[in-house]
Design a protein around this ligand. Structure first.
Ligand SMILES: N[C@@H](CCC(=O)N[C@@H](CS)C(=O)NCC(=O)O)C(=O)O
Length: 348
């Protein structure tokens, strides 16, 4: 049990990963205290080293000597919290299903976030809204002149980064078509069960929720699309915010060898877009190339190579390599024909 109770979280309401972790803490009934805004000053006053890079959210968790340590990166943080607080786990017990959950989490964190970033900064109307709203997440009482100044700085910085995540006029149709298919797949799936992998949420649900907080309720263009195409997804996002009261006694995880048929279009979507992107990124990193390009959904995609996404692929493959042979086979059976199995080629 952690000696740092409640767990301190530093985040921003406009940060999908911050929202992912706060909702996870609520569902898991882990005592926490959130500080919204820039963590640096608070960490310095606590005498805790600021992580580099200091991405949001930052959590304070005990190190081996039970001293507070500031840590980022939601995916490993979720695993760390599972060790510290075993109740109300978000990781399915069945190892093959746990892998599917991991894949959904990774897809949400690394691909659904492209929808988020693209819609936030690509169209002038959305960028105008985001530029005005996001600085207020640091202080709602910011004087107008300072708000204006921060809005310009933030917008210029983020719009300048669009190309880095692969959003451009050229890739916009691919991203936007993928967002629509993703919403439609999730909408149909939610009509058959309340969470991605059963009647209780997994880490993947929280990762999807985090991105959706912004897509369905902050930025106007993706919000209108979601209201039109996916009302269940819109309401699910509100419900996911606080699942602290969900009684787990009668809940169940899906059987990985008999996944609901409604999950398949979502897995197909991952195989159609995220998988080729991850494979091309990994190949570019291996060849020492700064950019990669490949065909995604029939169109040419070009973007900078990302070491972090290369790491995500290695972690995913490690998860697979750690499975017993029989679980690997059950999993490959479940993924067969979705395109996701291409991530695991050469590992069996
Ligand atoms: N992989 C990280 C991603 C965290 C992340 O990218 N956070 C964003 C906010 S949503 C951030 O801090 N961005 C600041 C920056 O890029 O400078 C996680 O899962 O926590």
């Amino acid at each position: 049990m952690s000696s740092i109770v409640p767990v301190r979280i530093f985040g921003h309401i406009g940060s999908p990963y911050s929202r992912k972790m706060v909702a996870l803490m609520r569902y898991r009934q882990i005592p926490y205290r959130v500080t919204w805004g820039d963590p640096r000053e608070a960490l310095q006053s606590l005498g805790v080293a600021v992580p580099k890079p200091a991405l949001l959210p930052v959590l304070l968790l005990p190190d081996d000597d039970e001293q507070p340590q500031a840590l980022c990166d939601s995916t490993p943080l979720i695993r760390r919290l599972e060790h510290l607080y075993p109740r109300r786990s978000v990781l399915p017990r069945d190892p093959a299903l746990a892998f599917v959950d991991y894949l959904l989490e990774d897809y949400a964190d690394e691909w659904v976030t492209k929808f988020m970033f693209h819609y936030r900064w690509h169209f002038a109307t959305d960028a105008g809204h985001a530029g005005n709203l996001l600085p207020l997440g640091y202080s709602v009482s910011l004087p107008d002149a300072m708000l204006q100044q921060m809005s310009v700085m933030l917008s210029e910085r983020q719009i300048g980064r669009l190309g880095v995540v692969g959003s451009s006029d050229h890739t916009a149709p691919v991203i936007e078509a993928s967002y629509r298919r993703f919403l439609q797949a999730m909408e149909a799936h939610l009509a058959s069960q309340p969470y991605m992998l059963g009647t209780r949420p997994g880490a993947g649900d929280f990762a999807l929720y985090g991105q959706l907080t912004q897509l369905v309720s902050v930025d106007p263009t993706p919000r209108d699309i979601a209201l039109d195409l996916a009302p269940r997804v819109v309401v699910w996002t509100s419900l996911m915010e606080d699942q602290s009261g969900l009684e787990l006694a009668d809940t169940r995880w899906n059987d990985p060898v008999d996944l609901p048929s409604t999950l398949r279009p979502l897995l197909n979507e991952i195989g159609r877009t995220y998988v080729p992107a991850q494979l091309a990124n990994a190949a570019a990193l291996k060849a020492g190339e700064g950019t990669w390009e490949c065909e995604i959904d029939g169109q040419r995609w070009v973007q900078s190579a990302f070491a972090y996404q290369g790491k995500c692929l290695s972690w995913l493959r490690e998860e697979f390599a750690q499975l017993a042979k029989a679980d690997q086979q059950r999993l490959l059976g479940a993924l067969e024909g979705t395109g996701c199995e291409a991530l695991l080629v050469g590992l069996v």
